[in-house]
Write a protein that binds this ligand. Sequence first.
Ligand SMILES: *Cc1c(COP(=O)(O)O)cnc(C)c1O
Length: 366
Amino acid sequence: MSETTHTQLPKLYIPGPVDIAPETYEAMCQPMIGHRGGDFEALYASIQPNLKPILGTERPVYLSTSSAWGVMEGAIRNLVQTKVLNLCCGAFSDKWYGVAQSCGKDAEKIQVEWGEAIDPDAVRAKLAEGGFDTVTMAHNETSTGVMNDLAGIAAVVNEFPDVLLVVDTVSSLSAVPVEMDKLGIDVVLAGVQKALALPPGLAVFAISEAALERASTTEGRGYYFDFCEFEKNTVKNNTPSTPAISLLYALKQKVDSIAEEGLEARFARHAKLNAMIHTWMAKHGFENFAPPGFQSKSLTAIDNTSGRLDVPAFIKTLRAKHNVLINGGYGKIKGATFRISNMGNETEETMQKLIDQLDDVIPSFL
Ligand SMILES: *Cc1c(COP(=O)(O)O)cnc(C)c1O
């Protein structure tokens, strides 16, 4: 990476991948080690103590060399024996329904409009029909900026002892509390390129004892994402196949820096920076695409359904003038929303800088 190329690239305020800390890049440049040996086992073991509290679990956290979707598909293959209920409220959670079917599983969904949250009572009503053994959901639906009521939904799923809950926390993990053990969640998973602010290519996940037991009796789990293989290897501080060791160095640096900041402080920082964007949005007469009470703390999806702002032109000008990148909306709400991330390493200073740049460009667009 030449200095010039690097400096010409925009600073990212898109909701993933996000900006990477220089210390993280530095950590990735450590010498390669063999993954079947003591040096690797020491690295793997050293990551666990500071990673587990981020997921809110005492269980080991498995490291998967894949993006989040590898584990999301894996959860379907490992856990669904009868039928899965997919809670769909945006691009990522919707897609899980199709993925379940493409894995040959029986699937049903609860679908709400993009911009709405999942209602725990609707989940209870659906599960009461019977026949389900697994539920999937996105904690923070990155495409719409909706943060679902994780505790509420988990409590409902726990009313049905044979139903396992799988939660995608890609854009919420370490930005807000995720209490896997306390809430009785069976799988917590995340790709690392969003809230954890690492380069893409790695996913972290933990599974409950019940999920492990279920997996052990599920046929057709395959190999690469076989939960039982992850368990068998984690007890030896290892992974089933050769992992992205450079990303594990980065993860080690990240979980240590999160421990140093403190989880509570990290949550508070995300809330504060998110509020800065909300204030900016209101100042220019925009509203949040997500309803009150369900607004993400790690990004903001700003409602432009009126078409008031020419989103592509605004983003282009912002980049040309200030070399920063925000996102113009995802999938079918492209242009009808635009999204600003405050997740990962952002500070009051970096968010204020963005706000000044937004303020500089926006008058000619309104
Ligand atoms: C980005 C994202 C994903 C998909 O992650 P990949 O890295 O593309 O596999 C899944 N869920 C949510 C909520 C996301 O934000």
